[in-house]
Design a protein around this ligand. Structure first.
Ligand SMILES: [Zn+2]
Length: 165
């Protein structure tokens, strides 16, 4: 028995209890969305969950995925985290995501930094019982820095040419 299966069954129990509490039940579709979410390595979007379910030749509607995902968020199994622009991303459990985002080209990726994680975990935000965090670090990626330097030096060349006239 692996530790991962243990966690999955714990989340499953949380979900069933929550559904029971709101007078709903764990349908096959909801189970599939839960399984797909738990199976994803890191963060995911609703569309990615939908694709991973349909890969097994099972059809679920996008609406079902959205609805089930909303339920997973309501009971704390999934947490919305920073999106890639248009699409909201989610992660399992409390968000502990540090997302590095290039403001010029929009490229982003998730990184893990245990130092920052422990600082945030120890910090008390006005008595808030902290469950997770969602941090976006904005800046310029190396290729954008190169592109901007190139553009800047090209601009200088034009100016010097004009002066020399
Ligand atoms: Zn960039």
């Amino acid at each position: 028995m692996s530790g991962e299966n243990n966690i999955s069954s714990q989340w499953r129990r949380v979900f069933i209890e929550y559904l029971d509490h709101i007078g709903a039940r764990l349908t096959q579709e909801r189970q599939m969305v839960l399984d797909a979410a738990l199976a994803s390595a890191r963060s995911f979007t609703a569309r990615e969950l939908h694709m991973s379910i349909e890969k097994n030749n099972v059809h679920v509607s996008m609406a079902t995925v959205y609805n089930s995902l909303a339920l997973l968020c309501d009971c704390g199994i999934a947490t919305p985290i920073a999106g890639d622009g248009n699409e909201r991303r989610f992660s399992i459990g409390c968000g502990r995501t540090i997302r590095v985002f290039c403001r010029r080209c929009g490229k982003s990726r998730a990184v893990h930094d245990s130092k920052i994680e422990s600082i945030l975990a120890e910090h008390h935000f006005r008595g808030l019982a902290t469950e997770g965090f969602d941090l976006t670090v904005t800046g310029l990626c190396p290729s954008c820095v190169r592109a901007m330097k190139k553009a800047a030096s090209a601009g200088k060349n034009i100016k010097t040419k004009q002066k020399n006239k």
